[in-house]
Every structure is written in structure tokens, then in C-alpha cells.
Write a new protein. Sequence first.
Length: 207
Amino acid sequence: MVGVFAACTEDFVFVPHDISLELIKDLEESLNVAAVRTSVGGSTVIGTLSRGNTKGTVIAGFILEKELRKIRKHVKAARLPGELNAAGNLILANDTAALVHPDLSDKAAGIVKKTLGVDVRRGTVAGLKTVGMAAIATNSGVLVHPKTTDSEFAVLEDLFGLPVEIGTVNFGSPLVGSGLLANGKGCVAGEDTTGPEITRIEDALGF
């Protein structure tokens, strides 16, 4: 699941240290970004543990100081406080807005707002609190879990001010946020993603 192990913005893709040079080249070319090798608390699941945009990145609170310093060479970064801190799972964000886990503390929501420079609202996608796994947002569109409800659609459309479409990745997985990397310039999906799924992803995200 590419969205579990990597995280991208309009400028960078953050990847684990053990990723191959060939894959790094593919990601850089597909997303038109620069790759940065890193880890979060020694973990390789960078996409699960961080969420960023062009203004900043919010990262799980257990990130090591040396890891944080490296990321801060490229972008403003802040730790997400509290027990709920797998930022990539908990936050759905682009450059203007963020939908966050409904149980995220006021302090944590404030850090998301300040670091990413966005409007923040609590909510769910398809009844799931891990909104960063259940959807993906760019500055052009939002792709969501097929079981997203009408009321959730209304919240997302109002918050992001963008078209919201349903889709899947990796031959039917509804957790589009975990199986996809996307920005305004391109996208990378898991290798099991079908042609029709790619078409829907591209339509939803404006490619």
C-alpha cells in the first residue's frame, strides 16, 4: 500500500530509507517532486504517521529529534500530541482544509490548523474515524471510500470546496488513502489497481 509507506505534497515525497533508487525515480517523475528519505520514530510507515501540504507537515509525536530536524530542512513540521498521533490516518488535508478524526483533541486540531494553515473540521468518511485512510484530497479534487454517506459528502464538499467522488484502489480496496499517492501534478497507485480504477481516480483528482 503505497500510501502507507510514503507521503507526498506538491513539492516532496517522503519515503523510507530502504526504498530502491528505481522506485524513488518513478515517484519523483510521476508526482514531479523531490524525494526525501526519512523515518518516523524508526518506522517505515511514513504515510501512516504524517500528513502534509505545501505549508507544513504534521507528524506522529514519537518522531525522533534527528528525524524532525531532517524534515524541517525541507518544510515546516510539528509533532501531533496525544495518544491519537498516526497523523496520516487521522488527517485528510490539502492546501486549504483538513478533515480530522472526530476524537482528536482541541490541542492537536490547533496544531493541524497552525502547521498546515488550513480550516479544520472533525468528521468521518464512510463512518470511519481514520479519515486519512478512507479518502485522499488534492487541490483539485477529493476521492473517497465508496460507502461515504450523503451527509459526509455534504461536509466534504463544503469544507474543501471541491468535487468529491467515490473510488477504489488495488482491485477493490475502499481505503483509497492507504493505496494512493497524489498531488496536483500526478498520482501513483498500488500495482494491483485496475484500469477502470485509474480512470476514476484521474477523473476525481482532475488529471
